[in-house]
Write a new protein. Sequence first.
Length: 195
Amino acid sequence: MSIPVSSQPGKGEGLARYIPKLLSSDEVGQPETVLVKFCEDNYLDRMKTIFWEVVSVAASVDYDYWDEFTPREMLAFHYKVDFVLEAAFVLSGRYEESKKHRKRGVVDIGNLPKRLNDDQIDHPETVVAGLFDAYSLEDIRAIMHEIVIQAVCSDNLGTVNLTRRDMVWFCEQIEMLLKALYLLNTHLASGTTNT
């Protein structure tokens, strides 16, 4: 049996234990920089594909027991994160100071959301809020840890072309993004942004 997913702490309740690891103090103070950098450095389609490959390897590991999260819970988590990755790419446009590095009129198909509906594209903050309504930051850390451990320890990587080191790196990048979005969530919910 799995441990139930906990809910977010109330305002001001134990926030010190929710300070994201992996982020520098500057990134904690300005989490939008993590969001923008992630979206500038990565292609949405590629990150979604890689995350799916890692989760599918982790969920396919045949163990007699699972510490906390079952394959079903990992797949449910992946489903939510898949939407959040798309929302992050939509949101990054709000925080970009300069778009001069992009060619005028060019749209990169690999970065267009494919699963979000029109309302979610118009209001990507609701997708982000939905993740944090379902999972606390501690839950996200624990699930990401379990996914990485199970995937890296798998003897059968199937058709995945990733090395174990790449799996860890890509999951770390996604976890950093999720932690930055956690910090931005209150600003997003209130409709304020730090531009």
